[in-house]
Design a protein around this ligand. Sequence first.
Ligand code: PLP
Length: 390
Amino acid sequence: MRISLKLSRIKPSATLAMNAKAQELKAQGVSVISLAVGEPDFPTPAHVKAAAVAALDADFTRYTPVPGIPELRDAVGGYFGRFYGVTPPREAVIVSNGGKQALFNLFTSLLNPGEEVLIPAPYWVSYPDMTILAGGVPVPVPTDPEDDFLVSVEALDKACSPNSRVLVLNSPSNPTGCCYTREQLDAIMEWAVSRNIFVISDEIYDQLVYAPSEPASCVGWWQKHPENVAVVNGLAKSFAMTGWRIGYCVAHPDLIKAQSKIQGQSTSNVCSFAQKGAVAALTGSYDCVAEMRAAFKRRRDLAMEVVSTWEGVRCPNPGGAFYLFPDVSARYNAATPDSTTLCTRILEEAKVALVPGAAFGDDRCVRFSYAVDDNTLLAALEAVGKVLKS
Ligand code: PLP
């Protein structure tokens, strides 16, 4: 089969691959705990499901406008107004098939061949591959666990070249869970804007931030510098709606039109009745989100309590999302010299699926998702701890 050359540099998603391996073992009757996948274990809130069912019953099942139904675009504007005091108008909002499509649209709309994208590492697996698919060049900017894996202006300055076009920020981060403070974010944004580097701020975990950390959005920077900033978010993580495929982007209206053009020639609109559910989520009560946030915080604390007892393992206490990203490299040896061999060994011996840090651009670490119930989490950590000790 002849496949386009550009795909030869694209990796399949490592998180999905590890989960598939765990499912395979499960199918063979082996009891496996998967901490590999990045999705909440809660059901979608009842009022959101009811709104989608009502839309189906009302035959709201036709094509909708490509960038989303007007009431959802307005609800997205309202979301930013409610939490961050900036209400982007309808023409500055597009609704996409998950945050993933919003990001893909952005890379495709912004990049010319050879232009570079600064990607603080560890990074979410899809940023480099999306950059390559859009003809750009990913430039990872390394960070360290001692700095909570947060990138500094100095490191960005060093990595920057005349070809740098885009910087991707992701706070809270997948895979580290770490969050930038308002001040840190402002310093980076000031630097980027002064160098005319476009910032894509992926804020998909902004509702999952645990006090004393505080959510910080770049939407205020978008308001001040609409030609330099785009904000991506979605309902997958905050409302336990991963399968609904609802993401959105706030950007300059011309950039929204460009993204709409891509969607119009590829996927068209997001599922009509899913959009109605999304309106209910964004405009309704956020009590359900607060409950999930409290559960994730409790699990984060449980997991940190165990991980911090592992000798030689360094793990920042993350302020958000539902991941831990410990540096386990002190446990590497001749038989398990990297994160991939270690994760394979953990899967075989502890029957726990994790994702190798190599997939996120940091081979010192492994990623745990704590989006599972407390008992499962503790059982998995105990089993992993034993393997690390041995
Ligand atoms: N951005 C980050 C950092 C993510 O972790 C994910 C999903 O794992 C996404 C974007 C995409 O989310 P969605 O399911 O809305 O496409």
